[in-house]
Design a protein around this ligand. Structure first.
Ligand SMILES: C[S@@+](CC[C@H](N)C(=O)[O-])C[C@H]1O[C@@H](n2cnc3c(N)ncnc32)[C@H](O)[C@@H]1O
Length: 322
């Protein structure tokens, strides 16, 4: 098997803000090869506990080898962190981390089909055991559905033109290879003035659709928040604007909470309520120049950390329990 290579992004920043300590319980929702998890494990061992999830069995195998060399107080589970954490008790974790998107190992393994730079089958499933591949979507969705995916999940300005071209070409020649799709996009929607490859946005959009990333991130962030204890911290690393939007949709209602004092939820009936979340990082933290030079894939990364606050309502409930 190809060696698993992935440099953890903003590792120093994650550790200094999250400050994992001996005995803490942590969850890494996107454990990958275990880059972040290994350093968390070093700090929480021997009485702490780390739970790592990933869609990808190859990532979990690499993470297992990496973590085993440090301590054995961890468990790895395959699946989306939205699903895998369902049975974890509420308020049971001191800290949580998600480092969204794909790993370098996935991009650099052509057979996985994530890269438009090296030829491979149009697969893109993070968990190759289940679900439709990118080739399946390109063969079965209609022109409007494809254009909508390219626009919503990739922000591709030429979404309609590209979707039309795909539908015209697939009649005679179904899409099965990454380079076949990348070449078509470069032909119908070249972008000589931009630094990124013309296929970048469509590949991002297809990958998100194949792996149901919007649904998984939405449900997964709520799940991580539920299992975090009050005072615990959640760190989220994003790589593009669609992920950032999803993170904002998650934290804004918790930060600016309100109570409805009327028959319907309208602005005039809203009364301010105590925040349930504090933004530990007021602005997103970005990698320094040295890291971007060492690891160009870190360039677009943004780190946000949120603390789960104790509200007056929680304190009343706790007193009632005792
Ligand atoms: C950027 S990598 C994480 C790298 C890891 N932090 C490290 O330092 O080695 C993202 C990983 O998350 C996984 N992934 C993405 N979305 C996921 C989800 N909703 N549930 C579980 N795993 C997911 C991918 O398969 C990939 O292995």
């Amino acid at each position: 098997m190809k060696e698993f290579v992935h440099l953890p992004v903003m590792l120093d920043e994650v550790l200094s803000i999250m400050d994992p300590a001996a005995g803490h319980r942590y969850v890494d929702g996107t454990v990958g090869g275990g880059g972040h998890s290994a350093e968390i494990l070093r700090r929480i061992r021997p009485h702490g506990w780390l739970l790592g999830c990933d869609h990808d069995a190859a990532a979990l195998a690499a993470a297992h080898d990496h973590l085993k060399a440090i301590a054995d107080c961890f468990e790895l589970r395959q699946g989306s962190f939205a699903e895998v954490l369902r049975d974890e008790p509420t308020g049971s974790m001191d800290g949580a981390l998600v480092d969204l998107g794909v790993s370098s190992h996935q991009i650099d393994t052509p057979e996985r089909g994530f890269s438009f730079q090296s030829d491979g089958p149009l697969d893109m499933r993070m968990d190759p055991r289940q679900g439709a591949t990118a080739a399946d979507l390109l063969a079965t969705l209609d022109e409007q559905e494809l254009a909508s995916i390219f626009w919503r999940l990739g922000g591709e300005r030429h979404s309609r033109k590209i979707a039309r071209a795909i539908c015209e070409v697939r009649v005679n020649r179904p899409f099965s290879r990454t380079v076949q799709l990348a070449e078509l996009i470069a032909r119908v929607a070249p972008n000589p003035r931009q630094k990124i490859h013309p296929a970048t946005r469509v590949f991002q959009a297809l990958r998100m659709a194949v792996n149901r990333e919007v649904e998984n991130i939405e449900a997964g962030l709520s799940q991580l928040w539920r299992i975090l204890r009050r005072g615990g911290k959640l760190a989220v690393i994003t790589f593009h604007s669609v992920e950032v939007q999803l993170v904002r949709r998650f934290y804004q209602p918790l930060e600016k909470a309100y109570i409805v004092d009327g028959p319907v939820d309208r602005p005039e009936f809203r009364r301010e309520a105590p925040s349930r979340l504090r933004r530990v990082t007021r602005r997103a933290v970005v990698p320094g120049e040295a890291e971007c030079r060492r690891n160009p894939r870190a360039r677009s990364a943004q780190l946000r950390v949120f603390e789960k606050l104790e509200t007056a309502m929680d304190m009343v409930q706790d007193t009632a329990k005792t």
